[in-house]
Design a protein around this ligand. Structure first.
Ligand code: B12
Length: 466
């Protein structure tokens, strides 16, 4: 029995392009062969944000349970059966479903419907990036009762208390709901103190089953927010460009617990881990002091790839960094507010290689100012950097004009046209074209992106056979 049942979708159900399917398999073999620890290794990780919400509710006297459909359906179990049996077992008053990504929206709608059919008195709540940007359409088009906007802990606690005790919820900040067929969006809420939050609720999560699937990979957040203003990213509107961090000791304590629980690799997927160098130095020093064996990777802006900082990271057991290369032309980079200069790219990547930090590099195909020639040049660059072991995990993303981003909220101004409104495909590796640029059709963009993946696959096959 629990008051709140959290549900995370089966991430293996996203429809992806067949070339990407093959890429994922090759990349995993490559990661094993080369001891890579980043995205290539796996993206099946615990839903740390949900675990954080669960821990916060528990600390405040609300009982919770967790249903991660990626794990529960890993061996082909039927999603609906798993869901119903969990509802029977937990008998929850509230079901809180992840609304992080657009590509799981139809899952969210589906789950909400099943819950309501099971018992219409159960309140269905969602939250996360996608839900925050699409609160009106979610409330209008589904059986979801409440959307929690932006940071989740405090509003979810207030709402859960109100629903459990049958009290008024209309004054709670940071939520959206329907009242008499009108959408009510209460005022935004101020952010929580990260150091006052408990560690994510791993006690109630099937962690050892997950580790047996993913080889012992976990996910930790040391900070929230990012000061940059990239126009393709949700973070500026979601986190209001404010960067907040946890105490280094507190983060390393969490890493120590993970090591004891059997984790081998940790992704520290803060939006921008290099925002405060002194903070990173303190974390790395603390990791050395605690003699941790665990290795980790992080997301870093290219401007932070300087030799001394990379050495600090390496000495603190960091072995990988994801960076957004995004485009090859300076004018395209400038048009999306990227802060690095393309002429510095090779130096940055060389610094990382010398320091022993393996690089995951993101390339975005189809930014508004992209033309065909620029994207073809990017394919060549991605191949060259892979050949030269400068970017060992090339991550070619198809551009998605997500709502809540500067571009996604101003399509006309940016000169792009969406040709595919099936949100199941609103992710970075879709089977079909999504959007045009100012100068290339959606089909041309998609074709070049597929071409890049095929070229990468060929290089991976050849490297694996050497
Ligand atoms: C780390 C990360 C990942 C990690 C982990 C994801 C995870 N869901 O746990 C990995 C690498 C696995 C990942 C994968 C993907 N990701 Co991702 N990811 C991020 C990233 C960079 C950081 C998220 C973050 O800051 N977390 C820190 C925690 C503390 O914050 P949070 O996760 O936002 O959670 C808080 C609130 O959102 C809210 N909340 C969250 N969930 C819920 C649920 C409920 C019920 C409630 C009430 C509240 C709530 O409360 C939380 C605590 O305060 C964001 C970028 C961004 N701008 O947010 C993209 C982002 C979320 N990812 C995105 C995408 C598209 C994907 C993929 C689909 C990519 C793909 N394969 O094509 C996959 C999804 C499949 C999956 N989960 O594996 C998009 C989603 C955009 C959209 N509108 O759909 C984002 C926004 C990036 C972007 N704009 O380009 N991702």
């Amino acid at each position: 029995m629990s008051d709140v049942l959290f549900i995370y979708p089966n991430i293996l159900e996203i429809p992806v392009h067949p070339a990407f399917d093959k890429y994922e398999r090759l990349m995993r073999d490559f990661a094993e062969a080369r001891d890579l620890i980043g995205l290539a290794w796996t993206t099946i990780v615990p839903p740390t944000a949900i675990l954080s919400l669960s821990a916060f509710l528990r600390e405040n006297g609300i009982s919770t349970s967790l249903l991660d459909l990626t794990i529960e359906c890993f061996n082909g179990e039927n999603r609906d059966k798993v869901l119903i049996s969990s509802l029977r077992k937990e008998n929850p008053k509230i079901v809180a479903v992840s609304g992080m990504e657009d590509c799981f929206l139809s899952d969210l709608y589906n789950i909400a419907q099943i819950v309501k059919r099971y018992d219409e008195n159960i309140a269905v709540v969602t939250g996360g990036v996608s839900a925050t940007t699409r609160d009106l359409e979610i409330l209008r088009n589904s059986s979801v009762d409440f959307v929690i906007r932006s940071e989740g802990e405090t509003p979810l606690l207030a709402l859960s208390n109100a629903l459990i005790q049958n009290e008024d919820f209309e004054e709670i900040n940071g939520i959206s709901f329907l009242k008499d067929d009108r959408i009510i969006q209460t005022e935004d809420r101020s952010f929580a103190d990260l150091n006052a939050l408990p560690f994510p609720d791993r006690d109630n999560y099937p962690l050892s089953r997950l580790y047996s699937i993913n080889g012992g990979v976990d996910l930790v957040y040391g900070s929230r927010g990012c000061p940059f203003n990239c126009s393709f990213c949700n973070a500026p509107s979601f986190w209001k460009r404010k960067w907040r961090c946890r105490e280094p000791k507190n983060i390393v304590e969490e890493l120590t617990i993970l090591e004891d629980l059997g984790a081998k690799i940790v992704h520290i997927y803060d939006l921008n881990f290099g925002t405060n160098k002194k903070w990173v130095e303190d974390i790395c020093r603390e990791i050395r002091r605690e003699n941790l064996d665990i290795v980790w990777d992080c997301e870093l802006a290219l401007v932070d790839f300087d030799k001394s900082f990379l050495k600090v990271l390496y000495d603190g057991n960091c072995r990988g960094a994801f960076c957004g290369i995004e485009a090859v032309s300076q004018s395209v980079l400038d048009s999306v507010n990227k802060s690095y200069k393309i002429q510095d790219l090779m130096r940055y990547l060389g610094n990382a290689k010398d320091a022993g930090i393996r690089v995951d590099g993101g390339y975005v195909f189809g930014l508004p100012e992209d033309n065909l020639l620029g994207m073809e040049t990017m394919t060549k660059l991605a191949c060259r950097l892979l050949e030269e072991d400068l970017v060992e995990t090339p991550a070619p993303f198809l551009f998605v004009p997500f709502k809540g981003t500067e571009i996604g909220d101003n399509l006309e101004r940016h000169g792009i046209e969406i040709v595919n409104n099936n949100t199941d495909e609103w992710h970075f590796f879709p089977p079909n074209p999504l959007a045009s640029t100012k100068y290339a059709s959606a089909e041309e963009v998609h074709r070049e992106w597929v071409n890049c993946i095929i070229n990468i696959n060929n290089i991976l096959e050849s490297k694996l056979s050497r």
